[in-house]
Design a protein around this ligand. Structure first.
Ligand SMILES: O=C(CO)[C@@H](O)[C@@H](O)COP(=O)(O)O
Length: 243
């Protein structure tokens, strides 16, 4: 069993910082109306920089299962190996990690560029998942953030590698950071947990807008070359850039 307090200081400091970020980002899910009760979860890969750039510490931090959002804190964030096994992280042994831990762990093991994973049951995105229908790229906001349609992943039961495998098989080779897991809800990925939370918020926003648009008729898809141009600008030009 890995014992956090026996790991080197850089790893312990990185875990503490990751716990702070993941705990704070969980508050964004109810804030943007993406979850009810204890549904949903956020995780982030622990990265350590020993002078040669950020390296994966072989750990990630995730929410404890079924704990109310207003009871979450850095000290209750659970630390797991990339196999999804909780380490001796200073929390009570009885505090179990999210029921989606295996899915998050599978993504981290198979998509090394992914630093954050988020799962919600946000209403409109989950309604598209119930129909097993991809959200068509008919908005510039979709081209910006998703680079095309938001795909649907396979139906998978919770608790083993099934969901994680479905996420990886669907998103590998896709520009989309979001996948609508059939009859379940959206999972999103990002370079870090904040990017994955943003993708979850924008996934729900475009799911709602396209749903509303379809009430008045069939929305018109955007030409692929224009999607590519919009995605390139948004991913590489939009916003503020460090000097
Ligand atoms: O997706 C589901 C249930 O469908 C749950 O796993 C999830 O939303 C919340 O579970 P946790 O509290 O993270 O264990």
């Amino acid at each position: 069993m890995i014992v956090l307090s026996e790991l080197d200081e850089e790893v312990q400091a990185a875990v503490a910082a990751t716990r702070e970020r993941v705990a704070a980002l969980h508050a964004e899910l109810p804030r943007w109306g993406l979850v009810v009760w204890t549904a949903g979860n956020v995780s982030e890969r622990v990265m350590v920089d020993r002078g040669r750039g950020p390296q994966c510490a072989g750990l990630f931090v995730i929410k404890p299962s079924g704990v109310s959002y207003d009871e979450l804190s850095p000290g209750t964030m659970v630390v797991c190996t990339l196999q999804g096994d909780k380490i001796e992280d200073g929390t009570p042994a009885s505090l179990t990690p999210s029921s989606d831990t295996a899915a998050h762990a599978y993504v981290y093991r198979h998509m090394e560029g992914v630093g954050g994973v988020v799962h919600t049951h946000s209403t409109y995105a989950t309604a598209w998942a119930a129909r097993r229908e991809p959200i068509p790229c008919v908005l510039t906001m979709m081209a910006d953030e998703f680079g095309g349609d938001i795909p649907v992943g396979p139906f998978a039961l919770i608790g083993d590698d099934s969901i994680g495998r479905g996420i990886v098989e669907t998103l590998s080779g896709s520009r989309s950071p979001a996948v609508l897991m059939a009859n379940h809800g959206p999972f999103t990925i990002g370079r870090d947990a904040r990017a994955a939370v943003k993708a979850a918020a924008m996934c729900e926003e475009v799911a709602r807008t396209v749903h509303v648009a379809r009430q008045g008729g069939e929305p018109v898809p955007i030409d692929q070359a224009q999607i590519d141009s919009l995605n390139d600008r948004y991913q590489n030009v939009y916003g503020q850039h460090e000097e």
